[in-house]
Design a protein around this ligand. Structure first.
Ligand SMILES: [Zn+2]
Ligand SMILES: [Zn+2]
Length: 583
């Protein structure tokens, strides 16, 4: 967040508190920070009346009135007792004051327009001049526990939106409305792609035939693109002895997120939260020579993480996560070519989705902190070389990249592809992560050209990332209007009357023989109703067959996207659709 905007938002939290106290003198203020779309204030109204949604407009008006008088912030450092005297009977502020006192930090009170709050600072100096009164608004009311702990009292959280300009506020609200209309939970149900069951449990999506088809289409596309780069499929079980993660070091990292499995023996088993450790064991099953490297494994498989129920969101945050996973074992010198191959797969895959376009994505190059290389585990020379290599690849392939220093994991630098979706939200999708640590934890080795034992480098790569999250992103990006190759049903064939059913069936058979996914709608419904159904299902095309078409043995193809229709022979239709599907 830009510093000055954060100051405006923080200042508005004060202004909100002042407006609330004016109207609800019994209210007890607690905490009110800036957030990334505005601000909020958590307030205890238990001593009297509390505001409801209908009161937001009035409070907002009061804020605007007060703002005119908020000319300048002043502040003073006070003793703990002086601070306590400023908030008599407010146990929340008293708790905060005692905490600051215990830490030995300065206690400051900030005042503007006659309203004083306990605060560390970070406001606009002259709120009436700095803040655009038409660029903020009160948004909603929710409940929130004091300090997020459900054992504490429930407070009322008043949310506000705030931006630098009215245009930015309006753009944000438009985007929110768009996001709501595209919500994958809503569209996923309408398009019959996935479902949840109380009996199965939260965060465990069930994919319908159409949803499963989409998953398969995504995976097949990736496999088909990367086949030329020498990836081999492998298969691993979904459970493992806990020893695997004790060796990899993930036992501690995943901790409570691991699902434990009780078997008949004493051995401790867990559902796998990741695949890399299993894959190392396939590499390690044979003595390896430098001549075999790189070795590249790919597998689309589920991992399981016991995310907190409150954090689960549709397909975006689940407990059963399908990874389109890949691991490359190679020498330091081979990193460059392998990363380039991964970038090429990402490029080809996202091009097929129309997302790999200038200005629609950027690449984050996460490297270590040059001022604090102590965060890197492993050989410094290898790190330096690998970071240089990643940047060289980014430059050579002309990627729009940004170096983000200090963002590398302790085990290696990485590149992440960040795509902007149709309504401008940034989505982290493809990734290539170097790993200098896991191979040595598992004692992986290969024999180099001089007969010496060496440790390979491991590259973790994902093209789509988690299939669940990827589907959520695609549903929202396309608003359910998927490109032809990704549509579970590609077109509906609509005979105008019973007399046209035979020729319609012939057209459907020809399209199916050419591997198109077709629904033939020979129901008794009216043509208008059939067309509406095809449009509602957001099918890329529908084909209407009446007298004219049956006689000429042609088809009239109508497009979802252009509302344009054209009459084609069956041969022309197949040529056109094949060209579109092979993007
Ligand atoms: Zn403040
Ligand atoms: Zn991995």
């Amino acid at each position: 967040m830009e510093q000055s905007l954060e100051h405006k938002r923080h200042t508005l939290a004060h202004l909100l508190a002042a407006a609330v106290l004016q109207k609800y003198p019994h209210a007890k203020l607690t905490l009110g920070p800036a957030v990334d779309n505005g601000f909020y204030y958590d307030i205890d109204f238990s001593a009297g009346e509390a505001p409801g949604d209908a009161d937001l407009k009035g409070l907002q008006k009061d804020m605007k009135k007060l703002l005119n008088k908020w000319t300048e912030f002043t502040h003073k450092e006070v003793t703990a007792d002086e601070a306590r005297a400023a908030f008599p009977g407010n146990q929340f502020k008293l708790e905060l004051i005692s905490e600051i006192e215990a830490k030995g930090e300065p206690i400051t009170l900030y005042t503007c327009g006659g309203f004083t709050d306990l605060c560390r600072g970070g406001h606009c100096e002259h709120p009436n001049k700095d803040i655009n009164a038409d660029a903020f608004k009160l948004d909603k009311i929710a409940g929130a526990y004091w300090r997020g702990d459900e054992k504490n009292p429930m407070l009322t959280r008043l949310y506000g939106l705030a931006f630098d300009t009215t245009e930015e506020l309006e753009a944000y609200e438009t985007q929110q409305a768009e996001a709501k209309a595209r919500d994958h939970r809503k569209l996923g149900k309408e398009l019959d792609l996935f479902t949840f069951s109380d009996l199965v449990g939260p965060g465990l999506p069930l994919f319908t035939p159409k949803g499963t088809l989409m998953r398969d289409l995504i995976v097949e596309k990736i496999m088909q693109i990367q086949a030329k780069y020498g990836y081999q499929k492998v298969t691993i079980p979904h459970i493992t002895k806990s020893d695997l993660y004790k060796t990899s070091g993930h036992w501690e990292k995943f901790g409570d997120e691991l699902f434990k499995v009780k078997g008949q023996s004493d051995a401790e088993f867990v559902m796998k939260p990741m695949n890399c450790p299993h894959h190392t064991q396939i590499f390690d099953a044979q003595p390896r020579s430098y001549k075999e490297l790189p070795i590249r494994y790919a597998e689309t498989t589920m991992v399981y993480r016991d995310e907190q129920a409150g954090e689960l969101i549709g397909l975006s945050r689940v407990r059963s996560i399908t990874q389109d996973d890949g691991h490359v074992f190679c020498t330091v010198d081979q990193i460059e070519q392998e990363v380039e191959n991964i970038v090429n797969v990402i490029k080809e895959f996202y091009t097929a989705l129309g997302m790999y376009e200038d200005g629609k994505f950027w690449v984050s190059l996460s490297v270590s902190d040059p001022n604090d290389p102590s965060g890197r585990l492993g050989d410094d020379a290898v790190w330096d070389k690998a970071e240089g290599t990643l940047e060289a690849v980014a430059k050579r392939l002309d990627l729009p990249y940004k170096r983000v220093e200090g963002e590398a994991a302790f085990y290696g630098p990485k590149i992440d592809f960040m795509f902007y979706d149709a309504i401008g939200r940034e989505r982290q999708l493809g990734t290539a992560q170097l790993d200098f640590v896991m191979p040595s934890r598992f004692g992986l080795e290969y024999t180099d050209s001089e007969g010496q034992k060496q440790t390979p480098v491991m590259i973790h790569r994902a093209i789509a990332g988690s299939l669940e999250r990827f589907m959520a992103v695609m549903i929202e990006h396309f608003a359910g209007k998927f490109p032809l190759w990704l549509s579970p049903v590609q077109m509906a064939i609509i005979p105008v009357a019973d007399a046209h059913n035979a020729y319609a069936a012939e057209v459907a058979a020809a399209l199916r023989a050419a591997a198109f996914r077709v629904e033939l709608d020979s129901s008794k419904d009216s043509m208008g109703k059939k067309i509406r159904a095809a449009k509602q299902a957001k099918l890329p095309y529908f084909i209407v067959i009446g007298d004219k078409e049956a006689e000429a043995r042609s088809v009239t193809l109508e497009s979802r996207d252009t509302e344009h229709s054209e009459t084609l022979t069956l041969e022309e239709l197949l040529v056109k659709l094949s060209a579109e599907v092979n993007v």
